[in-house]
Design a protein around this ligand. Structure first.
Ligand SMILES: [Fe+2]
Length: 502
C-alpha cells in the first residue's frame, strides 16, 4: 500500500473516530491530570481535530485562537492551559462556533468549539489534544504551503486514493521539520463535485463526499474532514496556523467551512450564510472580508508583520470590478504596515499579484500574468512590503519586478499541479498586452520580470530568518525530502527587496 493510500485509510478510520487515545476527560470533556500532573490516556471518541490559529491582536491578545472539531452531542470542552511546568491546569470555557442557520444542514456532522488562548500560556490542550500554546518568543522558522485538496471537478479528477494526492505525506514531512508557525494562503477544498461512480477507485470515500442537496455551495463537514482536516492533522500539534481563504473558499464553493473551521475572527463564522431569495437559497453576493495582520517576533529588535488580504473573488486575466473592491482592502493592509524601525512586513494574499502562468495566453485580454486584477487593485500600495506571499497557481515560483516587492508563490501543496509549459520571462510585464500597451489605461503596466524562477513540483517552503534584518532563506522541500531549491530574500541597503532563487 502506498503512503498516500495508507493515509486515506487512516483518514477514514479517524473520521470514524475509532481507537484514539487522548488525555483523560471529565464529564465535561476536560482533560483530567493525575495527582502528579500526568495525563492518562483513555479513549475519547468525540474529538476529531484540535489546532491553534494565528489571529489578529484585536481578536485575541495572544494572537492565538484555540479551536476544536468534535462529533456533536456533547458540550464544548474547556481549553486547558498551564503557565509553567508543574503549575496547575487552568480551564477556560470554549464556545460553539457555527455557520448560519440556513447553511447548518451541511455541517450537522460536527461541532466546532473555539476560544482565545490566554496570554502567557506555555502548555495547552483542547478536547484532549495538545495544541500550540503560544507564538514562540523568536520565530525564525516558518512553514509555507497551500493549494492542498484533491481535485474532483468535472472531468478533472485527481487520483486521491492511489498516491496521486500527497497532502497527508507532505503534512507529515512538514511537521517533522518543526516549523514554528505555518502560513497557508488558501485553497483547501477541491472536491467540488461528487466522485463519479466510474472513478470511485480514484476519488471515492465512504461515505461519499459531494455537495449537500439544496445548498447553494459545494462544501460540507464530511468533505472538509476528508479533503483537509484529517490529512493536515500532523501539523496541528506542531505550529499555529496563519490561514487565508482562496477562491475555492468563495461563498458559492467552500466558504462556509472555511469560516467555520479556519478563519480566526469571531465575527466571520456566518460570512457565507446563504440568502433566501423567494424560497431559493443563494450564496451571498461576492464579498471581501477586511484585511487583518499579525506580528511575529523574530529576534531582539526585529519583528515580522504579515498583512492578510482576502482575494477569494476576482478575475485572473482581466481587470474587473474587483480591482476597485480589492483596492480598498490593499489600502487597509497598507495602513496596518506603516514602516517602523525593526519591523519588516510581508503581504499574504491568495491570488498572486505577479505570477507567471504557463504559455502565452490568448489575446486580447488573457496574458501570461496572474493576476492582472490583483496587480491593478494593489498598484501604488505595495511600498511597505519586503515580500508578497501567494499561492493559487499550482507550482512553486518566484517573480522579481523592479519597483515592487518580489512575489513568492507556494501553491504546490497537494492538489493537481499546473501543466508544465513555457515559464520564460515574457517580453511585457503585468497589466500590459503583448504589444506592451496597457490592458486598461487607468493602470500603467509594470516592467517585465528581472527574475523568474519556477518549479512545477509538489513541495512546500521553510523560511528561515537570516542573520540580518529583512534576510530570509526559503528552502523548497519536495516529496520524500527532495531539495527543490532555495530562494534568498535580501534588502541590504534599502535599495528595495530582492529575491534570488537557485
Ligand atoms: Fe486559487
Amino acid at each position: 500500500m502506498s503512503r498516500s493510500k495508507a493515509w486515506v485509510g487512516a483518514a477514514i478510520a479517524v473520521a470514524a473516530v475509532v481507537g484514539m487515545t487522548v488525555p483523560a476527560v471529565s464529564a465535561t470533556g476536560a482533560p483530567t491530570p493525575t495527582p502528579r500532573g500526568e495525563i492518562r490516556p483513555v479513549p475519547a471518541p468525540t474529538t476529531i481535530a484540535s489546532y491553534s490559529l494565528v489571529a489578529p491582536a484585536g481578536t485575541s491578545r495572544s494572537q492565538l485562537v484555540a479551536r476544536a472539531i468534535l462529533r456533536p452531542g456533547r458540550p464544548c470542552p474547556p481549553l486547558m492551559t498551564k503557565t509553567k511546568a508543574g503549575a496547575a491546569w487552568r480551564a477556560t470555557r470554549t464556545t460553539q462556533r457555527s455557520v448560519g442557520p440556513l447553511a447548518s444542514p451541511a455541517f450537522a456532522a460536527v461541532k466546532v468549539c473555539s476560544v482565545n488562548v490566554p496570554v502567557g500560556v506555555t502548555q495547552a490542550s483542547l478536547g484532549g489534544r495538545t495544541i500550540p500554546a503560544a507564538i514562540p518568543a523568536r520565530v525564525t522558522r516558518i512553514g509555507i504551503t497551500a493549494d492542498s485538496g484533491c481535485k474532483v471537478k468535472g472531468s478533472k479528477i485527481q487520483d486521491c486514493n492511489n498516491g496521486g494526492w500527497p497532502l497527508a505525506a507532505m503534512a507529515a514531512q512538514l511537521a517533522a521539520l518543526r516549523p514554528q508557525v505555518i502560513f497557508e494562503p488558501g485553497d483547501y477544498y477541491y472536491r467540488d463535485d461528487a466522485c463519479p461512480k466510474a472513478d470511485w477507485a480514484k476519488c471515492g470515500v465512504t461515505p461519499p463526499v459531494g455537495p449537500t442537496p439544496g445548498m447553494p455551495f459545494t462544501d460540507n463537514a464530511h468533505g472538509w474532514l476528508v479533503d483537509a482536516i484529517i490529512p493536515m492533522t500532523p501539523v496541528f500539534s506542531v505550529a499555529p496556523l496563519a490561514l487565508l481563504r482562496g477562491n475555492h473558499e468563495a461563498c458559492d464553493r467552500a466558504g462556509n467551512g472555511y469560516f467555520l473551521f479556519f478563519d480566526p475572527r469571531l465575527e466571520t463564522s456566518t460570512e457565507c450564510e446563504p440568502v433566501n431569495d423567494g424560497g431559493t437559497l443563494e450564496p451571498p453576493k461576492e464579498q471581501v472580508t477586511p484585511a487583518w495582520a499579525f506580528t511575529l517576533p523574530v529576534a531582539s529588535g526585529r519583528a515580522l508583520k504579515v498583512a492578510m488580504v482576502d482575494t477569494a473573488y476576482g478575475s485572473d486575466d482581466t481587470i474587473s470590478k474587483w480591482a476597485h473592491k480589492g483596492h480598498e482592502v490593499y489600502l487597509q493592509a497598507a495602513a496596518m504596515t506603516t514602516p517602523k524601525p525593526g519591523i519588516e512586513s510581508w503581504l499574504m494574499t491568495h491570488r498572486p499579484l505577479f505570477g507567471r502562468t504557463p504559455g502565452k495566453g490568448e489575446e486580447p485580454n488573457y496574458t501570461p500574468w496572474a493576476s492582472n486584477n490583483q496587480a491593478a487593485g494593489s498598484q501604488g500600495l505595495l511600498g511597505n512590503y519586503q515580500l508578497v506571499l501567494s499561492s493559487h497557481i499550482h507550482l512553486l515560483q518566484a517573480v522579481q519586478i523592479k519597483g515592487v516587492p518580489p512575489n513568492l508563490i507556494v501553491g504546490a501543496g497537494g492538489t493537481m499541479l499546473d501543466p508544465r509549459g513555457d515559464f520564460s520571462i515574457p517580453a511585457f510585464g503585468p497589466l500590459a498586452k503583448s504589444d506592451g500597451t496597457a490592458i486598461d489605461p487607468k493602470y500603467p503596466p509594470y516592467p517585465t520580470a528581472s527574475m523568474l524562477w519556477t518549479k512545477v513540483r509538489y513541495g512546500f517552503g521553510i523560511a528561515t530568518a537570516g542573520a540580518t534584518r529583512n534576510a530570509w532563506n526559503v528552502k523548497m522541500h519536495g516529496l520524500g525530502g527532495t531539495d527543490l531549491g532555495t530562494c534568498r530574500l535580501r534588502n541590504p541597503h534599502g535599495a528595495g527587496p530582492n529575491l534570488t532563487c537557485s
